[in-house]
Design a protein around this ligand. Structure first.
Ligand code: ASP
Length: 340
């Protein structure tokens, strides 16, 4: 009770004394009692691991990366790490980003080949270099310097998916699928996916990590939102953490995760902040090739957010789910949706 009175009066003090800068409200500084984590729906196990690790005293950013590790190692998840879907040339390239709220430091890798745990390499970039982002061959050399083992990441399942795409994505080339030898086959629907984990420990320190194999069958060299700070992942230790999955290009042009954190800084609840950033995505989507017949974005974007005090939420353009771990245990629940 005493702490609450103190935090309210400190807040009013800030608002009343910082003239002109009082446009934002400092989120309540309620001391959080239990670590929490939020993730994309493929992160149910990840949030459990992240919270367990934070309870053992592991910093939130490391806990998020430890949560992501089994998903990166899982060949059945074709959106992340080992078994991820390749680029248009059949090469698996991975992107990841980590950010630590306490130090304000971040690390990222993009277009990394042959290393299945890019989020761990991103942690090394954060801790062992003065840089934030390493790409391509430089990222691979750096990972090998740190003892990461090179391996083929393209599984048979991902290779078959890629071949199916090669054979069916266009009527105007010489690749033909067996089905097409009758009539032109069904259009191949590209899968998307990524994992983001936002984590806040019992002290209110925040960390976030995002890892992906990126857009399936992308043009070689394409980098999405996941490894870009402020896009697929962002942390402000005074506010909270946010991240995204879905169409990276839409998140990059809006600096999505940074926007979500900004809205929380303005006093919005996490889910409302995610919805506000999604409205910005809609506002920025003008090209007709990106709109459906009702004028809405013809793609999906998800945002996930945790506030420093442990409040958490998620929202997507279209119905979707997210994983969360609070005192109530791990759950995968519906996110708020901007459209039906
Ligand atoms: N956001 C990822 C990217 O654009 C892909 C995804 O989440 O589906 O690379």
């Amino acid at each position: 009770m005493r702490g609450m009175v103190q935090s309210v009066s400190r807040r009013s003090f800030l608002v009343s004394t910082v003239a002109g800068a009082a446009a934002f409200h400092v989120p309540p500084r309620r001391r959080q009692r239990h670590p929490v984590a939020v993730s994309s729906p493929n992160g149910r196990r990840a949030v459990e691991i992240a919270v367990r690790k934070m309870l053992e005293g592991v910093p939130p950013v490391d806990a998020a990366v430890l949560g992501i590790e089994p998903v990166e190692n899982d060949p059945q998840d074709t959106s992340v790490g080992y078994g991820g879907l390749p680029d248009a040339d059949g090469v698996v390239t991975l992107d990841a980003c980590v950010m630590d709220g306490r130090s304000g430091l971040a690390g990222a890798v993009a277009a990394l080949r042959n290393i299945k745990n890019p989020s761990q390499v991103a942690l090394k970039v954060m801790r062992h270099t003065d840089h934030v982002l390493l790409v391509g061959d430089g990222a691979l050399r750096f990972a090998k310097m740190h003892g990461f083992r090179e391996e083929e990441l393209l599984t048979d399942r991902a290779r078959r998916e890629w071949l199916r795409w090669v054979e069916s994505h266009s009527k105007d080339d010489d690749w033909v699928s067996p089905e097409e030898n009758g009539a032109f086959g069904t259009e191949y629907v590209r899968q998307t996916g990524t994992i983001h984990v936002g984590a806040v420990d019992a002290n209110g320190d925040c960390g976030g990590a995002t890892s992906t194999s990126g857009l399936a069958f992308k043009i070689p060299g394409r980098v999405g939102d996941s490894p870009l700070l402020g896009c697929g992942n962002y942390v402000d230790n005074e506010v909270g953490v946010a991240g995204s999955t879905g169409r990276g290009e839409a998140v990059i042009v809006t600096n999505g995760a940074h926007r979500v954190v900004g809205y929380m800084r303005d006093g919005m609840l996490p889910t409302d902040a995610c919805l506000a950033a999604l409205r910005d995505v809609v506002r920025f989507t003008k090209s007709s090739r990106l709109l459906d017949d009702r004028g809405r974005p013809a793609f999906q974007v998800n945002f996930y957010a945790v506030r420093k005090d442990g409040a958490l939420g998620a929202a997507a353009l279209y119905p979707s789910r997210h994983a969360r771990m609070t005192e109530a245990g791990p759950e995968v629940v519906a996110s708020a949706a901007l459209f039906d």
